[in-house]
Design a protein around this ligand. Structure first.
Ligand code: UDP
Ligand code: MG
Length: 328
């Protein structure tokens, strides 16, 4: 098997068939074997029903995984990767924003460049609002400043990589999977390929601003412990400043006989120090919460069912799907 395409799906009933046809149209002519792995991430619409209708054509085989509930895109990508057996793996969205033609270009690039392990799609021009673009820009600036791994501005999850990199990603069994960080952390030789994201084929994005913000915080917590050190630093600076202030107050009292400064200064200082303490506790809490969840060692996803259908180079129609029972 040359290529596995991992396609996470959440409420994509109208996109599954067009996506399937688009991939077959592009890779059916490519002259190598490929598999599509659709992961239904607990969709509330008819996505799973649509996936069950799909039949393999030509060199393409098909796997469909159904989660017991929504576990998030990261978990869906991990599950798809785990099921993949291709020499190359492509991560691609189900909504046709990322064209399969570009995935083929990525495969061709890897074929032509044996030293490159991964081709990463990045959006040069984003068709997003100015506010969202600004926040994303700030996020990349911040995470690059505080984390040890390098985050490329605008790099997407849309990428094609070799089996060695797929195995490296699978070896990281962490519960909070911030894929952009994981892709960078494992290293390997990367090539960035610009692409233009199309408009969504049907349906709407599930990434609200609130969800993106939470995702950004998770990314920072997952890939650096610097906020903890910053909190310690702020604590030390505050302690030194208050010590200095204490000396000033004592000297003033002894020399000029001035009383302790007024009520307003006191209130402001109490509130300021209280605020810093609460923020620091919150930062520590974020890390403890992550340790707590990871400590439970729960699975990243729970698979309800799986359908595997081999490719049908000669046959028309298709074989009866082989369905597995619940797998955890
Ligand atoms: N997705 C998923 N689980 C989720 C949310 C999204 O598997 O909880 C999938 C979704 O079906 C799509 C891809 O992740 O294939 C990207 O999602 P979306 O198009 O909503 O994000 P955007 O393109 O706006 O970044
Ligand atoms: Mg999308």
């Amino acid at each position: 098997m040359k290529l596995s395409l991992v396609i996470p799906c959440y409420n994509e009933e109208k996109n599954v068939r067009p996506m399937y046809d688009a991939v077959n149209a592009v890779f059916g002519r490519a002259g190598f074997s490929y598999e599509m792995i659709f992961v239904n991430d607990g969709s509330r619409d008819g996505t799973w029903k649509e996936l069950k209708k799909l039949q393999p054509v030509g060199n393409g085989s098909l796997k469909c995984i159904n989660f017991s509930r929504n576990f998030g895109k990261e978990a869906a990508m991990y599950a798809g990767l785990k099921e993949s057996c291709g020499d190359y793996v492509t991560m691609i969205d189900a909504d046709l924003q990322q064209r399969p033609e570009i995935a083929l270009e990525m495969v061709q690039y890897l074929d032509a460049h044996p030293d490159t392990d991964c081709v990463t799609g990045f959006q040069k021009d984003r068709n997003e609002g100015i506010v969202l673009r600004f926040f994303k820009y700030c996020f990349y600036g911040l995470i690059n400043a505080v984390s040890e791994v390098d985050f490329h501005q605008g790099a997407s999850d849309f990428r094609t990589f070799r089996r060695n990199m797929a195995d490296a990603i699978l070896s990281l069994g962490e519960y909070y999977r911030f894929s952009k960080g994981i892709f960078s952390w494992v290293g390997f030789e990367n090539h960035f390929m610009p692409y233009k994201a199309e408009t969504r084929n049907a349906g709407k994005t599930t990434w609200s601003f609130r969800k993106l913000f939470k995702y950004a915080i998770e990314g920072i917590v997952a890939f650096t412990t610097k906020p903890l050190r910053i909190a310690t630093g702020v604590g030390i600076i505050m302690s030194l400043l208050s010590l200095l202030y204490l000396i000033i107050v004592v000297v003033q009292k002894l020399t000029v006989g001035i009383d302790v400064p007024g009520y307003a200064t006191l209130i402001v200082l109490i509130l300021l120090i209280g605020g810093i303490q609460m923020t620091t506790l919150g930062i520590v809490g974020e890390y403890i919460a992550k340790i707590y969840i990871q400590g439970k060692d729960r699975p990243i996803y729970i698979m309800k069912e799986k359908i595997s259908q081999p490719s049908q180079p000669q046959q028309k129609g298709g074989m009866a799907p082989e369905t597995d029972g619940p797998v955890i």
